[in-house]
Ligand binder design. Structure first.
Ligand SMILES: Cc1ncc(COP(=O)(O)O)c(C=O)c1O
Length: 365
């Protein structure tokens, strides 16, 4: 007899994460290739000296600074242990066990994962063939027990944007909460955060992990109306964001210029990588993020084969083959440093050459 409850036993086990060689090139996790601003490192150092003190549970100074950055009031801001925690907090505060969330797919897997942890179902609604978001099928899927729609904008793994008009149509067309996940805002510069006073059902999520390069510190925030913000804060862990992460985020916002410079380097790398992949016959979607979504279909190499081939050569990219809303040819590649991008392309050529010596995979006509 297990002491672990039935629901927990039903959860999908987390896959084991094998250690990587020290010189591995990891382009599968969507991380920044560059370290954070020197001001951030200094803030971390100073804050570390006070590690024996609990952090401010309200995160008031950071919420005020975020409010100035995002153009809202501090009362609209909820801090989270990465936006992952906020994704879960939204399910927690809006759905009960047995309710459902709606996710246009392909999209970020954590929406479904957070729902599953809380015994909430996920209904996936396929995006259009070009991965754009068609609002009507999403609205048609919404029922009485649909509590939240999650739209990543730009989307992960496709990197593509949904227009402001479509998001407004979605917000106007449903009563349930609509999460617009702007994790990649610093890259896309597109936001609907200015609409929180117009739409009571709008929750915008942002992260310090991507543009600001603080993925290792786990800090993100939500922007929403005061009532929803208060409900989310009420359900959050008491000290969900730690002292060092709060200090680092504050320092990052005091040095936005540094982030802009790093982002422009990444955008240069994205343009270069996109061209190199396209020159090799790979279909690359237009990206508003720090990664590219590529289809290996025209080369007749499955994502599983290309991911495994690159891994043998020390390069890790993300396999999006046969995930909800994708076929067996999709991969996601983070834009790395110049040296990493060059190594990826050079090793991809070896994988492509190798695949020519193997029998071709069957493709749909
Ligand atoms: C769309 C999207 N939302 C949220 C997250 C999670 O970000 P964080 O590191 O802030 O938890 C990611 C991470 O890849 C993402 O792609």
């Amino acid at each position: 007899m297990s002491r672990i409850n039935e629901h927990t036993r039903q959860l999908t086990p987390k896959p084991p994460v094998a250690p990587r060689p020290v010189d591995a090139i990891s382009l599968d996790r969507g991380e920044q290739p560059y370290p954070p601003s020197p001001l951030v490192i200094e803030a971390i150092r100073q804050s570390a000296a006070n590690s024996h003190k609990y952090p401010d549970p309200n995160g008031w100074e950071l919420r005020q600074t975020i409010a100035r950055y995002a153009g809202c009031r501090p009362e609209n801001v909820v801090l989270g242990n990465g936006s992952d925690e906020l994704i879960e907090l939204v399910v927690k505060t809006h759905a009960c066990a047995g309710d459902e969330i709606i996710v246009p797919v392909p999209s970020f897997f954590v929406y479904g994962f957070a729902a599953q942890m809380l015994n909430v179902r996920t209904t996936n609604v396929p995006r259009a063939d070009d991965y754009s978001l068609a609002v009507d099928p999403v609205l048609a899927a919404i029922r009485g027990d649909s509590k939240v729609v999650y739209v990543a904008n730009p989307n992960n793994p496709t990197g593509t944007l949904t227009s402001r008009e479509s998001l407004v149509e979605l917000l106007e067309g449903c009563e349930c909460a609509v999460v617009v996940d702007e994790c990649y805002f610093e890259f896309s510069q597109q936001t609907v955060a200015d609409l929180i006073d117009r739409f009571a059902n709008l929750i915008v999520l942002r992260s310090f992990s991507k543009g600001f390069g603080l993925a290792g510190l786990r800090i993100g925030y939500a922007i929403t109306n005061e009532d929803t913000a208060e409900a989310m804060f009420r359900s959050a862990n008491l000290f969900s964001t730690n002292r060092i992460a709060q200090a680092a985020a504050l320092a990052a916002l005091s040095d936005v210029e540094y982030t802009r410079t790093q982002i422009s380097r990444i955008l240069d790398g994205r343009r270069w990588l996109s061209r190199e992949l396209t020159d090799r016959g790979v279909l690359v979607l237009p990206s508003e993020t720090n990664f590219l979504f590529a289809s290996m279909r025209s080369l007749e190499i499955t994502s599983a084969d290309v991911v495994a081939g690159l891994k043998l050569l020390g390069v890790y990219i993300a396999d999006f083959g046969n995930k909800p809303g994708t076929d067996e040819f999709g991969v996601r590649i983070a834009v790395g440093s110049e040296a990493e991008n060059t190594a990826l392309v050079e090793r991809l050529d070896r994988v492509i050459a190798e695949s020519r010596h193997r029998p071709a995979v069957a493709t749909e006509s």
